[in-house]
Write a protein that binds this ligand. Structure first.
Ligand code: COD
Length: 299
């Protein structure tokens, strides 16, 4: 288990510095995060975006742009395509979303001819350090797959497990989230799908993880809730990963934890041909820096 982001950052020891291509870099939090990554010696960046705006913002926050390559491209779609192209040409090994919209950015990655698709399903992974939880918590999918069917949920689970395995978790505890811990197949189909995926985990169809579900969020994260409800679960109260049933649940989970729960967060896209950093436009520079660091640690 990894207790906090400091421990995750320590996993860089021995990793070589990477280059990040940023789509629409004209954003002060993005530039601050990239400059922190440069100062920490973990990454350099190619800034794709509106050069005048990048220079104006960099001047306001005292960032020396002589350290950066800039590709001037004011149009949003062309900017995403340009950043993807930098990666495909081998001039960068990581892609990052700047000020562009999430859907435009993801469509650029998924583009059949010019994107960064691999054979797999791509999914978003959020990583939280919460003052109210005893270790890092992973959650998927809050930003890419809108209403995953059961096969997509299996792929989302496998992507998250693989990422945790790469970070050193031999058998992360995965909670398949619903609103209840009992199967209610007709009323809450997510609870039945969770039970099927949990059975697949139990039988070794999904490897290198301990999987249980359905679990409500309190069952996944609080031993107390399980004692009260008399629930015995190998994951309950100690989940490393929560797989949520749809994007709305994931988005609410993400934003409540950060806005009301005081959590720090990182966001990455899994399953593309290179690591991809994806945060909300409103996320802080620290969230963006942690996302860069997490993408590099998982890569
Ligand atoms: N992984 C791999 N391939 C995919 C995926 C995926 N997750 N999603 C779609 N594809 C493939 C499809 O198989 C198809 O070949 C092609 O991509 C296009 O598929 P569509 O038509 O379903 O996809 P799009 O281009 O209309 O939309 C894909 C998005 C990822 C943009 C869409 O699902 C989306 O808008 N997701 C939510 C993004 C968002 O608004 N997030 C906000 C919360 S922060």
């Amino acid at each position: 288990m990894i207790k906090d982001f400091k421990e995750l950052l320590d996993r860089f020891t021995g990793k070589e510095k990477k280059r990040i291509a940023v789509a629409m870099a004209q954003d002060s939090e993005v530039l601050q995060a990239l400059d922190a990554a440069r100062a920490a010696g973990i990454a350099e960046s190619v800034l794709v975006g509106d050069e005048d705006k990048i220079e104006h913002i960099a001047g306001q926050i005292h960032i020396d742009l002589t350290q950066y390559e800039i590709i001037n491209e004011p149009d949003e779609h062309a900017c995403v395509a340009g950043a993807v192209q930098v990666v495909k040409a081998g001039d960068a090994q990581v892609l990052m979303k700047g000020l562009c919209s999430t859907a435009v950015f993801l469509k650029g990655i998924l583009n059949k001819e010019n994107g960064l698709r691999s054979a797999k399903l791509l999914s978003h992974l959020a990583i939280f350090e919460s003052p109210h939880y005893h270790k890092l918590l992973f959650m998927s999918d809050a930003a890419m797959n809108i209403a995953p069917d059961i096969n997509e949920k299996i792929a989302i689970t496998e992507n998250a497990v693989r990422a945790a395995n790469r970070l050193g978790y031999e058998a992360p505890k995965v909670a398949l989230i619903s609103a209840v811990e009992k199967v209610n197949a007709s009323g809450m189909p997510s609870s039945a799908e969770a039970a099927v995926i949990a059975k697949m985990g139990e039988r070794g169809q999904i490897k290198n993880a301990v999987i249980d579900g359905p679990l409500a969020v309190d069952n996944a994260l609080s031993h107390h809730a399980n004692e009260v409800k008399g629930l015995r679960s190998p994951v309950g109260g100690d989940a490393d990963i929560c797989i949520v049933p749809n994007i709305e649940t994931g988005n609410v989970f993400y934003k409540l934890l950060t806005i009301l729960g005081g959590a720090q967060v990182a966001g990455v896209i899994l399953g593309a041909s290179v690591p991809v950093v994806l945060t909300s436009r409103a996320d802080s520079d620290s969230a963006k820096f942690l996302s860069i660091a997490s993408a590099l640690a998982i890569s």
